[in-house]
Ligand binder design. Structure first.
Ligand code: NAD
Ligand code: UDP
Length: 317
C-alpha cells in the first residue's frame, strides 16, 4: 500500500529570520517543506541543520520570476523586512512584493494550494488609530523611503483579495507586527538585534529620535504558531488578521531592558529619527484571539534573555 503523502508546504523566504523558524515548526508538525529563497537577507546558516532531513528541500530562486512546483500550501514570506535592507534596493523590494505575489498567486491558482501572505503592520503606516485593528485603512506616504515596502505590501494584499474574488484562490493574510528572536542577522538593522549586538559589544546604543516612539514586540515562536493556525483555519477565514503582541514599549524602554539583561555598561546615543518612522504601534488582536484562539505567551523580558543568549553564542568574543 502506498502511504498517503504528507502535506507539501512551500515557504518563500524560508532561509530568513521568521521563515527558518517556520520551517523548523512545520517539519516538527509532520509537513513536507520546500524552502525557496534567493538569500538576499536570509542565509543557509539558518536552515543548515535541516539539510539532512528527507522532508526538507532547499531551492535557490527569486520569486520575482515564475516558479513551477507542486505544493498544497504556500507561506509567502519572501521580502526583506528590515528598513535598512528594504530601502537598499527599493525597486527590487516593490518587485518582490508585487511581481512575487503575482507569481505565487498564479502558482496557488494552478495547484489549488492555500496561500498565506506575510503582510505587515506597515500597511497602517504612521497610524492615527491606536491600537490598530484590521478595519483601519492606514495612513501611508506613497512617495517616501518606506513606501517601497509599505505600498508593496498593500498592493500584495490587493492582489490576494483579487485572486480570491476573481479566481477563488484560498487566501490567508496575516498582518505581522514587530517580531524578534534568535537567528536575526547581526547586521539586520532592526531595533532588537541592533540594541542587543551593541550592548554585547560594549558599543553605544543607537536610539533614533528621543526614543519615545513605541513598538510592540512579539517573540518569534509565538508568531510562527500564529501563522500555522491561520493557514490551518477554516476556509472562510481570509483575514487580514493582526498577529503581534499587544504590549507596547517605547524604544527607550527597550534599550534600558536590553542593557539590564545583557549586564552591559554601553551608553545611549541619540541619532536622527528616520523619515516616516511611525510614532506609535500596537496591534488589536481581538480577531486572532477569537478566530484562531491565538495570543502571544512570551513576555518581552523572557524573549530578550533568549536573544541575548543567542547573540552571545554567535558573536565572536
Ligand atoms: P528576513 O529579511 O530575515 O527574511 C526574508 C527572506 O526573504 C530572506 O531569507 C530573503 O533572502 C528572502 N527574499 C527576499 N527577497 C526575495 C525574493 N525576491 N525571492 C526569494 N527570496 C527572497 O525578514 P523576516 O523578519 O524573516 O520577515 C519575513 C516576512 O515577514 C517578510 O515578508 C516581512 O515583510 C514579514 N514581516 C516581518 C516582520 C518582523 O518583524 N520580522 C514584521 C512584519 C512583516
Ligand atoms: N530604532 C532605533 N535604533 C536602531 C534601530 C531602530 O531607535 O538602531 C527605532 C526605529 O527608529 C523605530 C523602532 O526602533 O522607531 C523600530 O525600528 P525597526 O527598524 O526595528 O522596525 P520598524 O518598526 O520601524 O519597521
Amino acid at each position: 500500500m502506498i502511504a498517503k503523502h504528507k502535506t507539501r508546504v512551500m515557504v518563500t523566504g524560508g532561509a530568513g529570520f521568521i521563515g527558518s523558524h517556520l520551517c523548523d515548526l512545520l517539519l516538527k508538525r509532520g509537513y513536507d517543506v520546500l524552502c525557496v529563497d534567493n538569500f538576499y537577507t536570509g542565509t543557509k546558516h539558518n536552515i543548515i541543520h535541516l539539510l539532512d532531513n528527507p522532508f526538507f528541500e532547499l531551492l535557490r530562486h527569486d520569486i520575482t520570476f515564475p516558479l513551477y512546483v507542486e505544493v498544497d500550501q504556500i507561506y509567502n514570506l519572501a521580502c526583506p523586512a528590515s528598513p535598512v535592507h528594504y530601502q537598499y534596493d527599493p525597486v527590487q523590494t516593490t518587485k518582490t512584493c508585487v511581481h512575487g505575489s503575482i507569481n505565487m498567486l498564479g502558482l496557488a491558482k494552478r495547484t489549488r494550494a492555500k496561500i498565506l501572505q506575510a503582510s505587515t503592520s506597515e500597511v497602517y503606516g504612521d497610524p492615527e488609530v491606536h491600537p490598530q485593528n484590521e478595519t483601519y485603512w492606514g495612513r501611508v506616504n506613497c512617495t517616501g523611503v518606506r513606501s517601497c515596502y509599505d505600498e508593496g505590501k498593500r498592493c500584495a494584499e490587493t492582489l490576494f483579495f483579487d485572486y480570491y474574488r476573481q479566481h477563488r484562490v484560498a487566501i490567508k493574510i496575516g498582518r505581522i507586527f514587530n517580531t524578534y528572536g534568535p537567528k536575526m542577522h547581526p547586521n539586520d538593522g532592526r531595533v532588537v538585534s541592533n540594541f542587543v549586538v551593541q550592548a554585547l559589544r560594549g558599543e553605544d546604543i543607537t536610539v533614533y529620535g528621543d526614543g519615545s516612539q513605541t513598538r510592540s514586540f512579539c517573540y518569534v515562536d509565538d508568531l510562527v504558531e500564529g501563522l500555522i493556525r491561520l493557514m490551518e483555519s477554516d476556509e472562510s477565514v481570509t483575514g487580514p488578521i493582526n498577529l503581534g503582541c499587544p504590549v507596547e514599549f517605547t524604544v527607550r524602554q527597550l534599550a534600558e531592558l536590553v542593557l539590564r539583561t545583557a549586564n552591559s555598561s554601553s551608553k545611549l546615543t541619540f541619532k536622527p529619527l528616520p523619515p516616516d518612522d511611525p510614532v506609535q504601534r500596537k496591534p488589536d488582536i481581538t480577531k486572532a484571539k477569537e478566530i484562531l484562539g491565538w495570543e502571544p505567551r512570551v513576555f518581552l523580558e523572557e524573549g530578550i534573555i533568549k536573544v541575548v543568549e543567542y547573540f552571545r553564542s554567535v558573536l565572536p568574543s
